[in-house]
Write a protein that binds this ligand. Structure first.
Ligand SMILES: [Fe+2]
Length: 364
């Protein structure tokens, strides 16, 4: 450690005797200390501490207006978590006074009159510790910031990668990408009120965006066929659930695990007549039940090569009619409660104008 760094330390001297503070100031400057502030009124010590931000305080005990111990308590409060050494210098150097000062938080006690060499050595020692401690704190702070920045960057790149992956599914049959956006946003809104935490709701939003990722494995001749599918083609179309789940299987993050469930089960039905596993009721993961309602609502209100978009009110009637059959009735009820928000999302991400849409096919 360079001596210079000790000598740059700021020293606040609080003593009601101007002759003493003057003498100490000269002594410290001779020893190479350059930043010294003296206060002769104890009541001004707190203000000086705030303004000067010293690295060490030299404090008298007996002062008019306010005792040294009171000043020490004020300084401790103002310093908070920071460690600022306080050296008490007092003519009262009996055992009780020394003990009380040290117990009150002083790091050292120097009796008056003192020997110059002793004072300087003690101050140097304390300042060495202070400088070292500040350096360690700085390094810790730097490392903590690096770790936090690294973790944040990793999380962001993870999310970014997942969003890009979700676009694979929209790339082939959803030229605006708005179907994915709408199902993702409406699923998040619908998940409110289901008992999920805000973090889990955000995960549902991201997972919902990947519900149809398995469509990457469906041949163009089927996915983009602008006509009714044959029963064989329909069986192949249904495998997008299995393909999606297989693509996402084995993920080690909550998001990937939930996305796998959603990809696998978003075409299951509450009455057990869905696919691919024929799960029923609460056997179907909650996130998949949420996405199921939002996906169907979106398909009904969207234009397809084989149908015009349904008005929102007609889609609402269909959701209600399918409550307890295709959908979890509780989620249909929640959907109606949040109707205005959900329709607003629908309108915020419009379909492409007629005639410009990719001849894509919903799995409905
Ligand atoms: Fe699907």
């Amino acid at each position: 450690m360079a001596q210079g760094s000790i000598h740059k330390s700021k020293i606040l001297v609080v003593d009601d005797e101007p002759s003493f503070t003057g003498m100490l100031e000269i002594l410290l400057k001779v020893e190479g200390f350059v930043a010294i502030r003296a206060v002769n009124d104890a009541r001004e010590a707190a203000g000086a501490f705030i303004g000067f931000e010293p690295n060490l305080v030299i404090l008298d005990l007996n002062m008019p207006g306010m005792s040294g111990l009171e000043v020490m308590a004020q300084i401790r409060d103002l310093a908070g978590d920071r460690w600022i050494p306080i050296v008490v210098v007092s003519g009262e150097n009996d055992g009780d006074t020394v003990t009380k000062a040290l117990q009150s938080g002083a790091q050292d006690f120097i009796g008056k009159p003192f020997r110059r060499a002793e004072v300087v050595s003690r101050l140097r020692n304390l300042l060495k510790v202070k400088v070292l401690q500040d350096e360690v704190e700085q390094k810790n702070l730097f490392l903590q910031e690096r770790v936090e920045a690294g973790t944040k960057e990793l999380l962001e790149s993870h999310k970014d990668l997942i969003r890009r992956l979700s676009r694979c599914s929209e790339y082939r049959d959803d030229d605006t990408g708005h179907h994915i956006q709408r199902v993702s946003r409406t699923s998040e809104v619908l998940s409110r009120g289901t008992g999920l935490s805000p973090e889990q709701m955000a995960v549902v939003r991201e997972a919902a965006a990947m519900h149809d990722i398995g469509k990457v494995g469906i041949p163009d001749a089927i996915l983009l066929k602008p006509a009714k599918l044959t029963p064989e083609e329909w069986e192949i179309m249904k495998t997008h659930t299995l393909i999606g789940a297989a693509l996402l299987a084995g993920g080690n993050s909550p998001l990937l695990r939930l996305s796998e469930q959603v990809a696998m089960s978003h075409h299951e039905r509450w009455d057990g007549k869905g696919y691919p596993a024929g799960l029923g009721g609460e056997e179907i993961p909650l996130a998949a039940r949420i996405v199921s309602v939002c996906d169907v609502f979106d398909a009904l209100t969207s234009r397809r090569p084989y149908k015009e978009p349904w008005p929102a009110e007609r889609a609402k009637e269909e959701l209600v009619a399918q409550g307890g059959k295709q959908f979890d009735m509780d989620l249909v009820t929640l959907f109606l409660e949040r109707w205005a928000d959900l329709v607003e999302i629908r309108e915020f991400y419009p379909d492409a104008p007629r005639g410009t849409t990719w001849p894509g096919r919903s799995a409905y």
